[in-house]
Design a protein around this ligand. Structure first.
Ligand SMILES: *Cc1c(COP(=O)(O)O)cnc(C)c1O
Length: 368
C-alpha cells in the first residue's frame, strides 16, 4: 500500500541529528523560553526574510494571538475564504471577531480577490488569506484592497513553508510566504512541510511593536518576570520542539524541491479527463504541501485507487459553515466552497514518495 503520508518515513533519515538535539535540551536543564527557542526564531525569521519570529504553541494560537494583539473592537469582521481550514476560522472567533466568508477561485482554491470588495463593511478590520495547500494567495490584489480600506492582512501560512510569491511588480525579487502581509501565522504540526515532533507554531512579522506585544501575550502578558502588561496566555514554543525544528529547517528547501519535482510529474503525467488538476503555472513557487485534484465522483475514484493500493485523503470534507460548531453560519449559501468540499481529493505527495510510486500512481489514475 502506498501510504498518504508516513511521518516515521519522513523523520527517519534525520534520526541521529534529532536524537542529538533532544539530548542537548535534556542535558541543558532549561526547557521553556531559552536559547533553543531564540536560535530557532532567528533562523526562521531569516528564512522568511522578516524582522521577527515569535515561537508559540500552535498554528491556531499564532493566528489568534495576532488577531488579539491588534485589539480590534469586539465583533469586527475578518474576511476569510469560505473553503479555509477550520483553524483559520477558529482563530477569528476565538479573538471575539466575526468571520466573513468570501468564495475562493475554484481553479486555485484560494481567496478570490475580485469578490473581496463586496464583502467589506464599516466593521471590516482584517483580511486573512490562507495559502491553502502551499500556494500563495494573490497578495498584490489583497494588499492593495487592504491599503485602500485601512485593513490589516494576516497570512495563514500554516501550509506554505517554503512557498514564494512573485508579484506583478517585476522589479521586486520573489518574496517568501510569511513576509507578504502585516503578520503571518505558522504551524509546525508534524505533518506540515516543516513539522515538529509535537505541537508548535510561530508568527513572523516586520512590525516591531506587534512583535513586542506578541512576546508578552504568549507568556502571560509579561514583559519582565512577574510584571504583566497584558491579560496574556500561555502559548510558548518549547525548547525541545525548537531544537527539533532547528534540525529540520536547513533541510526544508531540499524537501520542497522534491515536492516540486513530484508535483510536476503529476501535472504532466495525469491524463484522465475526469480529473481536474491544480494549475501548473507556479510549480516552482508553490510549496506543494498537498496535491489536490477534483473528481466529480470522488468516492468511487478513491475506492478504485484504494483497490490499486493507493491511499488518498480529503482536505477537507466539510466546509466551516456546515460544521456543527458553526451552526450560526449554516444558513449561508457558499456554492463554490460546497462544491469543492464534495470534489476535492488529495494524492500522496511528500519527500518520502519514490519515483516508482509516483509513476505507479499516475499509471493507475490514467487507467481508470
Ligand atoms: C494546520 C493548520 C492550522 C493550525 O495549525 P495547528 O498547529 O494545528 O494549530 C491553521 N491553518 C491551516 C491552513 C492549517 O493547515
Amino acid at each position: 500500500m502506498i501510504q498518504f503520508l508516513d511521518l516515521k518515513q519522513i523523520n527517519e533519515p534525520h534520526q541521529y541529528a534529532l536524537q542529538k538535539a533532544i539530548e542537548r535540551v535534556l542535558s541543558s536543564g532549561w526547557y521553556i523560553l531559552g536559547r533553543e527557542v531564540e536560535a530557532f526564531e532567528l533562523q526562521f525569521a531569516t528564512y522568511c526574510q522578516t524582522r521577527h519570529c515569535i515561537g508559540v504553541a500552535s498554528g491556531l494560537d499564532a493566528l489568534a494571538l495576532v488577531l488579539k494583539a491588534w485589539n480590534f473592537p469586539a465583533n469586527s469582521e475578518v474576511i476569510v475564504a469560505s473553503n479555509a481550514y477550520i483553524a483559520s476560522v477558529l482563530s477569528i472567533t476565538h479573538a471575539g471577531l466575526v468571520p466573513v466568508f468570501v468564495e475562493p477561485d475554484p481553479r486555485t482554491y484560494l481567496l478570490d480577490p475580485t469578490r473581496i470588495q463586496a464583502a467589506i463593511t464599516s466593521r471590516t478590520a482584517a483580511i486573512l488569506p490562507v495559502h491553502l495547500y502551499g500556494r500563495c494567495c494573490d497578495m498584490d490584489s489583497i494588499n492593495t484592497l487592504a491599503q485602500r480600506y485601512g485593513l490589516k492582512v494576516l497570512e495563514d501560512a500554516a501550509q506554505a513553508h517554503g512557498a514564494v510569491y512573485v508579484g506583478s511588480d517585476t522589479d521586486k525579487a520573489q518574496q517568501q510566504a510569511g513576509n507578504l502581509g502585516d503578520a503571518a501565522g505558522w504551524s509546525f504540526y508534524p505533518s506540515k512541510n516543516l513539522g515538529a515532533l509535537g505541537d508548535a507554531g510561530a508568527i513572523t512579522t516586520n512590525d516591531d511593536a506587534l512583535a513586542d506585544t506578541l512576546r508578552a501575550l504568549r507568556n502571560y502578558g509579561s514583559t519582565q518576570k512577574y510584571i504583566n502588561d497584558y491579560v496574556g496566555y500561555n502559548s510558548r514554543l518549547d525548547e525541545l520542539q525548537a531544537a527539533i525544528l532547528s534540525v529540520k529547517l536547513p533541510l526544508l528547501n531540499k524537501a520542497i524541491a522534491r515536492r516540486r519535482v513530484l508535483a510536476e510529474r503529476y501535472l504532466r503525467g495525469i491524463k484522465n479527463s475526469a480529473v481536474t488538476l491544480p494549475p501548473a503555472d507556479q510549480i516552482e513557487q508553490d510549496a506543494w504541501h498537498l496535491f489536490v485534484v477534483q473528481h466529480p465522483q470522488r468516492d468511487i475514484f478513491r475506492a478504485r485507487l484504494r483497490e490499486q493500493g493507493i491511499a488518498t485523503d480529503i482536505h477537507y470534507p466539510i466546509p466551516p459553515h456546515h460544521q456543527r460548531a458553526y451552526a450560526s453560519f449554516a444558513h449561508l449559501s457558499l456554492p463554490i466552497a460546497e462544491q469543492l468540499h464534495q470534489d476535492v481529493v488529495s494524492l500522496p505527495l511528500n519527500p518520502a514518495l519514490t519515483d516508482e510510486e509516483v509513476a505507479y500512481i499516475i499509471e493507475s489514475i490514467n487507467s481508470l
